[in-house]
Design a protein around this ligand. Structure first.
Ligand code: FMN
Length: 401
């Protein structure tokens, strides 16, 4: 049975949610599930904006068919050629013989890489700024390269002022009946997943996101329809300002996150001592994570959120403890920058983890490593306690400034 929601009188959400998938991109845990959004515009001509993942094909096709109510499907706009959005192209071509695929030159290169389809006479290639009139709705196409993938474009509908934003402004999380961000407590229940989605999926491409935001700032937008998560029709500034901060790598909160790795508990002890000292010094809402038991996507999102990041790691086979190394490597790969850093190392015979972490930070941009770098020899003793205290004072001075 169909399950749809109206975005407006003539725009229908025909997507579906998956609450069974454990790992998005086979990487990121999604305990709250994920939605695959697709939108149908009903006018003299009908147009679908993207399709869905194969996991929800049955529901999706039923939604499309019901919403068309016997009308032909004229256009499929392919904003993004990633398989979680384009898995139903072949199925739609078979079911709707007059369907024309709309994409840019890169889109169609990707279509033929992924699929073996005879598209003769069934494609319309658009360029930046091109328009497509459906009747009372007119679509405008804007390229947004690397706002996840190189072929990405966003589509703006001028009459209703809707931006179909592809993966931009999306979030992990299934849609539990609610389609609109104003129907849920977004700040409480969704923001962490929206941030985790952005930072891990699109975080690397801050420059490209900034370019897209600049381009879109010329448009009057009333509604944002992303390919995952809720639709935005109120308080768009809230979301746009988050994207502006994230894509400029500006911390969202003046806050401290402490990330530690520990096998036998002594590095953990140092992290706890530091956290307690910071709390006594007046720092609120300290975040403290064991990197071995916290998914790296959560760690990355917290590193994007907080201004002050402390990394405490044992030396392991003359290197940085592997879980911490992986996290730092990921952070570098995602271009995180512009943070204040504290470092704590541990080692029994030759501690080198701080030096190696410092090397990793020197390869990132604008990472300000505070002195002192704390060295622990196996367990915290008076000398390392004094160094921890000095680091705490430096963080307090910098964080409350
Ligand atoms: C497999 C393994 C490799 C290690 N390699 C080093 C090393 O290369 N250099 C060093 O100084 N300590 C090394 N250590 C010792 C730990 O870094 C040290 O015991 C540290 O205090 C552990 O901190 P924790 O109590 O937080 O787990 C190693 C320990 C293990 C288990």
């Amino acid at each position: 049975m169909y399950c749809t929601r109206n975005v407006s009188d003539s725009v229908v959400w025909v997507g579906a949610s998956d609450r069974r998938l454990a790992l998005f991109e086979n990487l990121f845990p999604i305990p709250r599930g994920v939605s695959y959004n697709s939108y149908l515009i009903l006018d003299e001509k009908t147009a679908l904006l993207d399709t869905t993942d194969a996991s929800v094909t049955r529901q999706y096709l039923e939604n499309v068919s019901h919403s068309l109510n016997g009308k032909p499907l004229d256009y499929l706009i392919i904003n993004h050629m990633e398989p979680d959005h384009c898995a139903n192209i072949a199925e739609l071509l078979l079911r709707y013989p007059h369907l024309t695929l709309v994409g840019n030159a890169k889109t169609f290169a990707f279509v033929s890489q992924f699929y073996d389809l005879d598209l003769t006479g069934r494609t319309l290639t658009v360029k930046e700024g091109d328009t497509l009139c459906l009747g009372s709705h007119t679509l405008h196409f804007f390229l947004a390269p690397m706002v996840h993938w190189p072929e990405v474009m966003v589509t703006y509908e001028e009459t209703e002022q809707i931006l179909f934003s592809a993966d931009a402004f999306g979030s992990f999380g299934a849609l539990n009946g609610h389609l609109f961000a104003d129907e849920v407590n977004f700040d409480r229940d969704w923001l962490d997943d929206a941030r985790r989605y952005y930072c891990n999926i699109v975080g690397k491409y801050g420059i490209q996101v900034q370019a897209a935001l600049k381009k879109l700032s010329a448009l009057s937008i009333r509604t944002i329809c992303p390919l995952h998560g809720p639709v935005w029709r109120e308080n768009l500034k809230y979301l746009l300002s988050k994207y502006d901060l994230w894509s400029r790598y500006v911390p969202e909160d003046n806050a401290v996150a402490i990330f530690y790795a520990s096998m036998y508990g002594d590095t953990e002890n140092a992290a706890n001592i530091l956290a307690a000292g910071l709390a006594e010094g007046g720092i609120k809402n300290i975040a403290l994570y064991d990197v071995s038991v916290t998914d790296v996507s959560v760690l990355i999102a917290e590193a994007f959120r907080c201004s002050h990041l402390v990394f405490a790691a044992p030396t392991y086979n003359n290197g940085v403890y592997p879980a911490m190394y992986n996290f730092l490597h990921d952070m570098g790969a995602l271009s995180l920058q512009n943070r204040t850093i504290g470092l704590i190392e541990n080692g029994t015979w030759g501690p080198v983890s701080a030096k190696q972490m410092q090397q990793l930070f020197s390869e990132m941009k604008q990472m300000n490593v505070l002195e002192p770098v704390v060295t622990i020899k196996s367990s915290v003793k008076e000398d390392s306690l004094a160094a921890l205290c000095a680091l705490k004072d430096r963080i307090l001075a910098s964080c409350t400034r």
